[in-house]
Structures are given as C-alpha cells and as structure tokens.
Write a protein that binds this ligand. Structure first.
Ligand code: MSK
Length: 683
C-alpha cells in the first residue's frame, strides 16, 4: 500500500483498553497486563473498560423469573415521591423482585460451597470404606473430636478377660465410615436440625430456634428458595429473607463447615507454615502447573504426583529442570495451608499467569474459573485441563481429563504428564515477573488457640484478655474476592492497614488473604510496621502476623468457630453479636460472597460489602437488611465503597460493642482470671 493509500484508508478505531497502572496496585499484575495488551490479548481488565454494568440489574430490580418480562423497575430519576407505584406485569413490587434476586444469589452461593462439601463427604466415605486407597485419614484427633457432633461413638464397651465390661477405642475407619454416612445425610435430611447448629454459642442457637431458622437439611433449604422465588410464590420480602437465612446458615454452619472438617481429617488440619506468593513463583526452566478453583481433592493428588521421582524424571527427560506446582484462587489456599506450596495469584491474575508464557498447564476444577482462560490460552501455549464433570469448557482447546476418586493418583499423574508434554511446545517469549513475597499462613481456629494459649493449653483466653485490656481493640474478618470494577487489591489493603493501625486484629480467607500475602502483611515482622502499639506488642510477643490467613472460601466457617471460641473463653458477652467484631468483603464479586455475608449477618456480625449491593432500587428491602435485621439477629448488612469509610464504620462498631461490654473506659491492664471474666459477663 502506498503512503497515499495508507493516508486515505479509513482509520481503524483503536480498541479501548485498561491503563495497567490504574487498575491494580500489584506490580506483577501491572507488568503482565501491559504484556497482554502488547501481545494483542484482551483480559478482564480491558473488558471492564469497554462493558459497563446494567444500571437496573445493579439496583436489583430487574425481574426475569417468567417470560412476560424482563420487567425492569429502576428508581425514578427524581426519587420516589409519595407512594411507590412501580410494579411488574404481575404486580411484583421492587421489594419482591430485589429480595427474590438476592435470595437466588444466596441459594447459588450456598449450593456452590455445599456441593463442594458433598463431593468431599463422598470421597471421605469412599476412603473410610476402603473403596479408594489414595485418600486416608491424616488427622485422627480431629476425627475423634468431630465424631460426637454426629452422635458417633468413639469407644465401645466390650467384655474383658474377667467378664467385666471395659471401654475400648473403636476402629478409626469404622468411626470414619459412621461420620461419613451421617455427614452425607446432612444434605438430604428433611426434618430436624443440621448437627453443627449446636456448635454456635448457646444464646445464638436459642435465638435461631426461637426464630425458626435452623436449617433442616442443606439441599432442602436451597430448593425451597428456588421454589419460593418462582413466579407467583413468596411475595413478602421479609418472609423471603427468613428463608435466605435458613439457606445461608445451611452453608456456613453445614455445607462449608463439613467441607472444612472432612478436608482437615483427610488432609490434615492447617498449622502455621511458610509459603510464597505472586507470579514470581513460576520458574522459566521448570514445567509450570497451576491448579485453580476450589476443591482440594484432585490438587492433593497432583501434589503427590508432581513430587513422584518417576514423574520428575519424565519432566527432566523433556528438558525441564523440574516441576513447579502452584495454585490460583482457593485451590491455592488449600494446598498452601497444608503443604506450603506457592500461590501464583488471586482471582484477577488467572489470565495473567497464562500471559507469562511460562505456564504449561492450568488445571481447573470448580468456581471462579474465567471462561476467557480458554481464549487467552490460544494466544500462548498453555493447556487448559478441566477435571470436573460439573465444570467443562466448550472450547475445543481445553482438554477434559476427568478426576475420579477411585483412581485419583492415576488421574493426577496423567494430568501432570500432559503438562510435561506441553512444556516442549513453548514457543513464545517467556516473561515472569520477579515479584514474590514470603508469608506465614495456616491459622485454623485450632492453631489460633494453640498459638495464643500455648501448645499444652490451647485456649482463646489470652486473646480475650488482650481485647479486654485494650491492647487489641477488636477483631475484623476481611474476606472475599477481587472485582474488575474496583482497583485490584487496593480496597483490601487500604482497609486492612487502617484496621491494623487502630489495633484491630484481622482474620482473612480467600483472595483477600492472597492480596495480604502479596503486600507482605502475612509475616510476623509486619506487625512492627503496620500495627498500633497494642496489637504490635501482642503479635511480637506471640510471634504471629497481625493478619491471620485462615484458608479458602469454605474456611470462613473457621471464622465462625473462632468467634464462638472467643465467646466461650468469656468476658466478651454471651453471643457472637456481643463481640467487638465486624466483617467486610471490600472487593466481593461472587454469589458465594452473598451467601457468606448473610450467614455472618444472621450469626450476629455487622457485615460491610464494598463495590455495591443489588438492593438500592428496593428501599424497604434494603432497610430490612441494613437496619431491621440488627434488631432480630444482632448483625446487619451495610454497603460502603470507600475502604477508609469501611474502616471507620468497623472501628465505630467495635467501639460501640466495647462500650456495651463496659470496656470503653481506660483501665489498668490486669490479667483476668475466670472469676473476673464471669463478673464481666454477668454485668
Ligand atoms: S476464590 S469466591 S474470587 S475469594 Fe475462593 Fe477468590 Fe472470591 Fe473466588
């Protein structure tokens, strides 16, 4: 084409792309996003620039539960003057529509965690019955600890030599089988109560009982939401919220909690361990494999397979120096807290791991796996391997190697071999960011007790003492996802640093935990840098980071149990709602987050969500969630976008609770004995 022709040719509109420096605070992400753009591959960051969210969906008032719609009921520009006359074709009010949409999010989120839990329970049972030899029991102590919750005896009376009855320990695999059968029955149970409801503080259990919200069975509560939100069924947003509560509690106090417990029994309860995080954990000279998603069943086997000498030899035979196995999203958290294996990044970094050009296989299971992975893998050499029959990809380039617990290790080896074979097809330039941070992770609620109370006397009493004497102002659970509508990791870090400065200790899971790891907040040394003097003193004395990494999304159940232990240790009230504690998901995006938020609220926690909640178009439903629930459950929803405002609201709430406990006046720092704690409780 001549210079004239080029000039005369119609100009192609340059695709709008994200400015890497404006969409993340993580340097590795910024570097890889720029590389993706230079390579001509679009990522979620770019799509967030070109596609705006729907204004009506954002308000929660778009109804598509029948084919007469969608009926769209946005708030009038001028606001509502007088009576709100908005209604859908059937007459559904904005409140009914928003409550139905919200309830369906709770149902989907609870279903996701709980179906994960069901899968774990099935494998657990198969292992107990000897139907698979690849899985076994690692933590027998935890098995014996949870068995009584299910009414499973751990001992049996047998006749001794002298004819007298003597108590004898039962065979562990028999106990495991009984626990597995009873745990699995929690999904299909139709009547009664989920067994773990009784783990909550007594006052909380009694309140749930009085309100008639204790879940009967996991599946039942989720199905009932789907029925009630069908066209023409439940038309009372308060009644819908009540069913949301049952389903959310069935998630937090059953589906997710069972998943956590049985995973701990099978793979080991996490205790503090060192790990590394960020894209810099990949190694150019190695075969790089990332396991991504949520379930640890397959990834546990991939850990074993990738360490098999024969498999390592196979990698070497193809010219690689070795194998790097890393994680992404919550599968990463699972293998990190139990094995110290590295994490390549959190949710928004999944496409960028492929962009390094060094990733030979991305092995995915369920949840938070972006469909665009298959597209971006086409630009590079990465093989996407789906492994779960519930989560396949249409793209012909993704390979499906199904995981079956009956030959788990064999499947895992097949997957690792496929990754090794793909190593030889690397053609493009490899660019691995240098960023990686060290971190200490694995604070299960048991580990927190041991760390603070001593190995011989695991206890939350020292934590309570430090809250009572004011060194620690309160506790915040900061959890959740990344969201492409916000600056990657920024809100997590701003909020958490502000809390630490104000002596609030932070418990974290999921992608928030990874943001903290990348920013160096998960090391004991960070206490001296970021914390107020009281919290720094406690962390430095005990040797813990001020932000405690408690695991994956399902492990938010560990936060519920930690809060329960704090109540039980005394001096801070009788219920979770009495504690100087709050929760926040600053960058949430998934339906699971809504389910988690609602089980925290109805367990008594003031819970703030960032980004936005789809309730603004329904003022009365919003008031119910944001105000009325506090009178019912002692916890409530809130929505605050700015992380410093979130911190201010959390601190104000903590101070309100401290005042209610009589802890607002400056006191001499005294070591509380049980009598003084009981006196505080009685006050
Ligand atoms: S992975 S649910 S983006 S935390 Fe659990 Fe992260 Fe949220 Fe997925």
């Amino acid at each position: 084409m001549s210079a004239e022709e080029i000039k005369a040719a119609p100009k192609k509109k340059k695709a709008k792309v994200a400015n890497p420096k404006e969409v993340s605070v993580d340097q590795a992400t910024i570097q890889m996003l720029a590389k993706a753009q230079a390579d001509g591959c679009d990522t979620i960051f770019d799509r967030a620039v070109t596609m705006k969210p729907c204004n009506i969906g954002e308000q929660g008032t778009c109804c598509k539960v029948c084919s007469q719609g969608p009926c769209r009921l946005p708030l009038p520009k001028k606001g509502i003057e007088g009576k709100d006359v908005r209604k859908g074709l059937c007459g559904a009010t904005p409140e009914t529509i928003a409550a139905r949409n919200f309830a369906r999010m709770v149902a989907a989120g609870s279903a996701a965690h709980s179906d994960h839990g069901r899968g774990v329970a099935e494998v657990f049972l198969a292992a107990a019955r000897g139907e698979t030899t690849d899985f076994g029991i690692q933590d027998t102590e935890k098995l014996l600890q949870i068995a009584p919750d299910y009414g499973v005896a751990t001992t049996v009376m047998v006749e001794g030599d002298d004819g007298e009855k003597v108590e004898q320990e039962r065979d562990l695999m028999e106990i495991a089988e009984d626990v597995g059968v009873k745990a699995l029955a929690q999904w299909g149970q139709q009547e009664g109560e989920i067994v773990y409801a009784k783990r909550a503080p007594e006052a909380r259990y009694d309140l749930w009982k009085e309100l008639d919200v204790i879940p009967r069975g996991i599946d039942r509560e989720i199905v009932e939401i789907m029925h009630r939100t069908h066209m023409g069924v439940d038309q009372d947003f308060r009644n819908l919220t009540k069913q949301m509560t049952r389903a959310a509690l069935a998630d937090g106090w059953a589906g997710a909690m069972i998943a956590t417990d049985l995973q701990d029994v099978m793979f080991g309860t996490p205790y503090p361990i060192q790990g590394e995080i960020n894209l810099g954990v990949l190694k150019e000279e190695n075969v790089n494999i990332i396991v991504h998603g949520h379930e640890p069943l397959l990834s546990e086997m991939i850990v074993v397979a990738s360490q098999d000498p024969e498999i390592i030899e196979y990698a070497k035979s193809k010219g690689a120096a070795g194998i790097t196995l890393a994680g992404m999203c919550c599968t990463a958290n699972e293998i990190l807290v139990r094995h110290g294996l590295p994490i390549a990044g959190n949710y928004l970094q999944q496409e960028l791991a492929v962009v390094t050009g060094a990733l030979d296989a991305m092995v995915v299971d369920v949840q938070c796996v972006m469909e665009n992975l298959a597209n971006i893998a086409e630009c590079y050499h990465t093989k996407i391997i789906t492994t779960n029959p519930r989560a396949m990809m249409e793209s012909g380039d993704a390979e499906h190697i199904e995981f079956d617990e009956h030959h788990a290790l064999e499947d895992a080896k097949k997957i690792v071999r496929a990754a090794i074979d793909n190593y030889t097809t690397r053609e493009q330039e490899v660019m691995i960011p240098t960023q990686k941070e060290k971190m200490v992770v694995g604070f299960s609620y048991e580990a927190i007790g041991y760390h603070l109370g001593g190995t011989f006397r695991g206890s939350y009493v020292p934590l309570n003492d430090n809250i009572i004497n004011g060194r620690i102002r309160g506790i915040a659970g900061v959890v959740g996802c990344n969201n492409a509508r916000t600056i990657h990791d920024a809100a997590h870090l701003t909020l958490i640093k502000e809390l630490l400065k104000n002596d609030v200790i932070v418990l974290t899971t999921g992608c928030t935990a990874m943001a903290c790891g990348k920013a160096g907040l998960l090391t004991p040394e960070s206490a001296g840098v970021y914390c107020g003097p009281g919290l720094a003193e406690v962390c430095e004395t005990v040797g813990i980071p001020p932000v405690l990494h408690m695991g994956a999304c399902v492990d938010n159940s560990r936060i519920l149990l930690a809060a329960t232990e704090v109540v039980k240790a005394g001096g801070l009230g009788k219920d979770i709602s009495d504690l100087p504690a709050a929760g926040c998901a600053p960058e949430w995006m998934s339906e699971k987050a809504i389910a988690i938020g609602h089980y925290f609220v109805t367990s008594g926690v003031y819970t703030i969500f960032g980004v936005g909640l789809p309730v603004n178009g329904a003022p009365r439903f919003k008031k119910h969630l944001f105000e009325e629930l506090e009178d019912i459950y002692g916890g409530k929803w809130d929505m605050i976008v700015d992380p410093l405002d979130q911190a201010a609201a959390i601190i104000a709430h903590i101070d309100k609770k401290r005042a209610a406990l009589g802890l607002d006046t400056k006191k001499e720092r005294v070591l509380m004995d049980m009598a003084s704690r009981q006196a505080l409780d009685a006050a």
